[in-house]
Structures are given as C-alpha cells and as structure tokens.
Design a protein around this ligand. Structure first.
Ligand code: GDP
Ligand code: MN
Length: 398
C-alpha cells in the first residue's frame, strides 16, 4: 500500500527522521488556515500517489496568505498524470543547499534490504542515474545485523558528500532503516534528502510503501488506507475479504485459488478474450462468498460475460453451485455465465445447476471450452457468429 507524502512523513516523525513542519488540507480554507499557522514562506504540495509533482506544477511556494490560497485553489482538483489531487500538504518552506537521494528497498534476488544513496538527488535523479549509474551508491543490509555506521559511511564516502553532513546523513539513514523494518515497509524513498542553508539534514519528500499483508499489525498505517482513487470494485472486494484485481477487459473471471485464476486469465486470452478482473474466491469457497464475488464482478458495467472456473479440492463444487444459484436469485444477472466445475462433488453440482435451470448459464467440461464459449458470448453473438470462428490463434485478424 502506497502512502501519500504527508502520511509517510508522519511515520518519519514517529521514528525520528527529521522533516519540516506541515499540515494536510482538503480545502482552500483548510490550506490557508494551515499556512497561517505554519507561517511564511510555506510550500503547498499536491498529495497524489505519483512522483514528478514538482515538474507538473503540483508544488508551489507561498509568501503570504493570498498566495497560499491561490496555490491551494490551483492545485486542489488538478490532474497529475491521471491522478486527481484531493488533498494538499502545507509545509514550512526549506532553504535548499543540496539535494541528495536516499532509499531502502528490498532486493529480492539478494533476499536482503538494500540502501541506495546519491549525491545527485532532486527532480532529475532518474536521468542522472541513467547517464551515470555510478552516481547511485548501493549497499546490502544483512537483516540479522541491521544497518550500521559502516554502511552509512561507505555510502557517504562513495557518494562523495561533504564531511560536515556525513554524520547527520548517517543518523537519518539509520532511523530510516529502523522505520523500514518496524513499519513493514517495502520501500522508503526520500528524494530530495535535503541539506539546508543552515546545513541541517531533513527529509523533504517521502515515498513509502507498506506491505499490505502486514497492515493488521500497524493500526497507524491502516488509518492511512485512503479510499480516494481506489478502484470501487477493488474496495468492494476488499471489504468482503476477496482477492480482486480490476483489469481492462470485458470478461468477468471467478475462480478459486490464485493459480487457477491466473491460468484462467491465460486461457481466456488465448481464446481471444480480454479478462475484466482477477477474482479469487479462495479455497473452501462457501455459498455466501460466491454470492459476494458475483456481486463484485457484476458491479463492473464493462462485463458482458462471466467465466466461472472452479476446481473442487477442499472447495466442494456443490457448495459453489448452491452459491451460484443463491446469487442468481438475489442479483438476477443479465449477462451470460459460463460455468466449469470440476473436482469434489462436481456431479452433484451439475445436477443442482441443471435442476435450478438458471437463465443464461452454460456449463462446459474443460477450461479451454469454457474459455472459448465465454469469449463467444461476451461478443454478444450467438454460437458460431464469431468473425474468425475457424481461424487459429495465429491467423491474420481482418
Ligand atoms: P516530487 O516532484 O513529486 O518528487 O516532489 P518533491 O517533494 O520531491 O519536490 C520537488 C522539488 O520541489 C524539490 O526537489 C525541491 O526542489 C522543490 N521543493 C519542495 N519543497 C521545497 C521547499 O520547501 N523549498 C524550496 N525552495 N523548494 C522546495
Ligand atoms: Mn521527490
């Protein structure tokens, strides 16, 4: 889960990473009041989950109340690379002497956290690193030993920062690492890591990603879970404890078990269809879970057909069939469903479905047949009406 800058900075503060004073605001009035409280000059910063706000005009310096109001007015509602700004962060302005870059990430191949540091931070760090990869210094941290002075010194010397800031930068990195571990972060990035005119070292920006699976032990971070900008279907699914990822296509997918759902997506793509989502109803899916899952899938208006792919292991197919029947009674779907049930109690399941005689439900024996069928139905055409019904997957398309 990605945090907004001000949320990340809240965690920084908690772990002793120095940051300027600041207050979040959702309206122009709130922003002006925050600016008055913080004093001038202050900076009005767009709060969106994307970098490059500075270049997009989402960060503005205000010298007085009028300017603070005008900037907040301009930034709230602004679109930054497809993200609408719903909140700003009003922060006491800093006087910049130098801008560094610091981060902790997981290096999965090394199975260790990795510290990254550069003297060339700021808005162009990506380009700098592209032309001069050596400008980004890296060091792995043994998770059992933790981050130590020698790590910080090595980064500082390799990066070539001035002697007077080596200690404060090292101290900041140590706290950042503590936070990285304590908060179950997957990424903590500070760009720029600022050296002020007074030679203080502070974190001017915060990009923090928390492991969503660890949220249960971080009440602070749970509060940050911003519903703004979250796909409504994904939110609905999360509230119901379902694993759901929204995709761009029009074929709703429901399966049990992540592996099965993944292969279902592949088979649908192979059959020429485009999945609308990834939905894993989980192992041991009960009737109630199925109803909930069907509701989530159908809440997406783009869905023109649904593929229901269940392999019964622990999950009993008859239980799933009952769920589907209940879902149909409750929701009365208008789009066609293709159902493939295989495994534990599949015969009972098919009998139940046959007896229920649900409108617009087609059963298929294999996954591939089910995929072909759902692709056909999703195009809103009767059997055999497909343009390229006889064309193989490699045949030219029109
Ligand atoms: P990003 O562009 O989304 O990464 O946003 P940042 O928070 O990193 O800010 C981008 C740039 O805005 C920084 O690199 C600074 O140059 C500038 N900036 C941000 N805050 C201040 C400030 O308090 N004072 C001054 N002078 N510049 C600032
Ligand atoms: Mn930044």
């Amino acid at each position: 889960m990605d945090l907004l800058e001000y949320q990340g900075k809240q965690l920084f503060r908690k772990h002793g990473v120095p940051v300027p004073d600041g207050k979040p605001a959702k309206t122009v009035e709130e922003a002006t009041a925050a600016a008055e409280e913080l004093g001038y000059p202050c900076v009005i910063k767009a709060q969106v989950l994307i970098g490059g706000r500075g270049k997009a005009g989402g960060i503005k310096l205000a010298q007085n109340g009028d300017e603070a109001g005008a900037h907040a007015e301009a930034i709230l509602g602004m679109d930054i690379k497809g993200f609408t700004v719903h909140e700003v962060y009003v922060e006491a302005a800093s006087e910049i002497d130098e801008e560094y870059y610091a981060a902790f990430v997981f290096d999965r191949s090394a199975k260790k956290p990795m510290a990254m540091f550069s003297k060339m931070g700021g808005m162009d760090v990506e380009e700098v690193v592209e032309t001069d990869p050596e400008a980004m210094r890296k060091v792995h941290v043994d998770p059992l030993l933790g981050f130590h002075d020698f790590h910080a010194r090595r980064l500082a010397f390799e990066a070539g920062i001035p002697g007077d800031v080596i200690r404060p930068v090292g101290a900041l990195l140590a706290r950042l690492y503590d936070m990285f571990v304590a908060e179950d972060a997957l990424l903590v990035e500070v760009n720029p890591l600022l050296v002020t005119k007074d030679r203080d070292v502070v974190a001017l920006d915060a990009k923090v990603t928390i492991d969503a699976s660890a949220l249960y032990r971080h009440p602070d971070s749970q509060e940050f879970r911003s519903e703004v900008g979250v796909d409504p279907q994904e939110r609905m699914a999360r509230e119901r404890g379902l694993t759901y990822v929204a995709l761009d296509g029009n074929i709703g997918i429901l399966g049990n078990g992540a592996g099965l759902v993944m292969s279902t997506l592949d088979v649908v793509a192979q059959a020429g269809g485009e999945p609308a989502n990834f939905l894993d109803a989980g192992g041991g899916s009960k009737a109630e879970a199925i109803t909930q899952a069907v509701e989530v899938i159908l809440s997406n208006d783009n869905v023109t057909a649904v593929l229901f792919n269940i392999f019964g292991g622990i999950t009993r197919c008859d239980e799933v069939a009952r769920g589907l029947i209940e879902a149909f009674e409750k929701i009365k779907p208008t789009v066609p469903f293709v159902v493939r049930l295989d495994g534990t109690n599949d015969k009972e399941a098919r009998t139940l479905l046959a007896e229920a005689d649900l409108p617009n439900v087609h059963t298929e024996k294999t996954m591939l047949d089910a995929a072909k069928k759902v692709v056909e139905l999703s195009n809103g055409r009767p059997d055999g009406g497909h343009d390229h019904q006889d064309a193989g997957p490699d045949a030219p398309r029109g």
